[in-house]
Design a protein around this ligand. Structure first.
Ligand SMILES: Cc1cc2nc3c(=O)[nH]c(=O)nc-3n(C[C@H](O)[C@H](O)[C@H](O)COP(=O)(O)O)c2cc1C
Length: 185
């Protein structure tokens, strides 16, 4: 099972990137978690460019998303929403259709007590519009500076919750496969 991790923060010391790093370390064969190299490589979404000359980096992202069985998206909360880089990436992915029916797990880390709840809610709405299968279990990490250090999640209950999110994502992949098998037969 291949999971692709997307991070909405570009910051070198990002709390959310740390969540993705820890998720990758918790993922053992036969599961794989590959982290996207950085959504800042994408140009701003432009429907004219999409129609006339799709940038190679966008084609690569679409292919990586298409090849993944599931997505794990971690988002910072900026001004009560998700980040511009993540929204921009999702806009490029609308036209490709690779996200449709794809199981998606959401996590957010914030120094605030609200844990990025509004950013995840915002993301879930966008992903619903793209027909993604956002799994019911989400991971909120409030007061994240107390739970993340040295680029890793250090808080045991948060690590357990992250492992639970990955397990639920794997179950969603199995369910999606059963659904597509029964449609094919
Ligand atoms: C422009 C800006 C807006 C922010 N808005 C919010 C917000 O609405 N809610 C919140 O919980 N944190 C907010 N924060 C704080 C971020 O949650 C914090 O910087 C966090 O560490 C960003 O995620 P990262 O560590 O993964 O980069 C904001 C930070 C910035 C720079």
């Amino acid at each position: 099972m291949k999971i692709l991790g997307l991070c909405g923060s570009l910051r070198s010391g990002s709390l959310n990137a740390a969540v993705l790093r820890s998720a990758a370390e918790l993922t053992l064969p036969p599961r794989e978690l590959a982290v996207d190299p950085g959504l800042d490589r994408l140009p701003f979404f432009d429907a004219d460019v999409e129609q006339t000359a799709l940038p190679g980096v966008v084609a690569e992202l679409r292919a990586a998303v298409g090849a993944a069985d599931a997505l794990l998206i971690v988002t910072p909360e900026y001004a009560h929403g998700t980040s511009g880089v993540l929204k921009n990436a999702l806009e490029w992915l609308v036209g490709g259709g690779e996200v449709a029916a794809k199981p998606v797990g959401l996590a957010s880390a914030s120094p605030a007590i609200t844990g990025g709840d509004r950013a995840r809610a915002w993301l879930a709405e966008t992903l619903a519009a793209m027909d993604a299968r956002v799994i019911p279990r989400e991971l909120r990490i409030p007061q994240a500076t107390l739970r993340i250090a040295g680029g890793r999640v250090t808080d045991e209950p948060t690590l357990a919750a992250l492992a639970g999110l990955l397990d639920d994502l794997a179950h969603a992949v199995a369910e999606a496969r059963e659904d597509s098998d029964s449609l094919a037969s």
